[in-house]
Design a protein around this ligand. Structure first.
Ligand SMILES: C[S@@+](CC[C@H](N)C(=O)[O-])C[C@H]1O[C@@H](n2cnc3c(N)ncnc32)[C@H](O)[C@@H]1O
Length: 209
């Protein structure tokens, strides 16, 4: 089960695993949303975490709340930490945008600061896939950076990447255009351990029952 798709590139996050975790794993807005999902789901249900990174906080909080987590990441460096820190979860080395439509069925899909590494077209294709992986009534939780752009070059923790983003009303409209009902969406200000301050959007949406 849960076989990996193709891996198109060497991942930048291989170089960033420890540094990313040190600076970003204490985001209280992300932890609050993960805890909210953990409480909303009936015990023992399955969650797919797209771009799971080091497993902290998302997979850790969810498995500690007795949910089953499948985390997918393209970076072996991030997955190495995830496997050490969250042994109760299953981790898959794959490009989540290339996962098969029948990869699995889940009560929730989470994607914190991972969709933003795709182009807008690929973000929207992945939203359609996530819709397909969700059970009716299932939750989609995402974290994004609050800006408008498509595959813009950006230096992240000293490493060149490309990032895409939407302003809050546009993100809500994109989720709705792909069939989701938006339960909550908020823009917050988070400062990683080493700064600078980032404007972020957290959204919780549902596939209609
Ligand atoms: C900014 S980090 C966020 C990690 C984690 N979600 C968290 O909140 O701590 C983005 C993660 O997404 C992963 N990622 C980006 N694009 C991906 C893709 N197409 N398939 C799988 N993983 C991807 C990166 O390797 C990285 O681990």
């Amino acid at each position: 089960m849960h076989s990996a798709g193709s891996l198109p590139r060497m991942e930048v996050f291989d170089q960033l695993a420890e540094k990313y975790q040190g600076e970003h794993s204490h985001n209280p807005f992300q932890s609050a949303l993960v805890e909210r999902i953990a409480a909303l789901l009936p015990g023992g249900t399955s969650v797919l975490d797209l771009g799971c990174g080091t497993g902290v906080p998302t997979a850790k909080v969810l498995t500690e709340s007795d949910h089953r987590v499948v985390g997918v990441d393209v970076s072996e460096g991030m997955l190495r930490l995830a496997r050490e820190q969250v042994p109760a979860a299953e981790f898959v080395h794959a490009d989540f945008s290339a996962l098969a439509d029948d990869f699995g069925r889940f009560e929730a899909v989470t994607a914190f600061f991972s969709l933003l590494m795709l182009s807008k077209a690929d973000i929207e294709r992945t939203l359609d896939k996530a819709y397909g992986w969700l059970q009716p009534g299932g939750y989609l939780a995402i974290g994004m950076v609050n800006f408008d752009g498509d595959s813009l070059p950006f230096e992240f923790l000293g490493v060149p990447v490309t990032v895409s983003g939407y302003l809050q009303p546009d993100l809500a409209a994109v989720l709705e255009a792909h069939g989701f009902t938006v339960d909550s969406i908020e823009t917050v200000s988070f400062t990683p351990a080493d700064g600078p301050e980032e404007s972020q959007i957290f959204a919780l949406a549902r596939k209609p029952a």
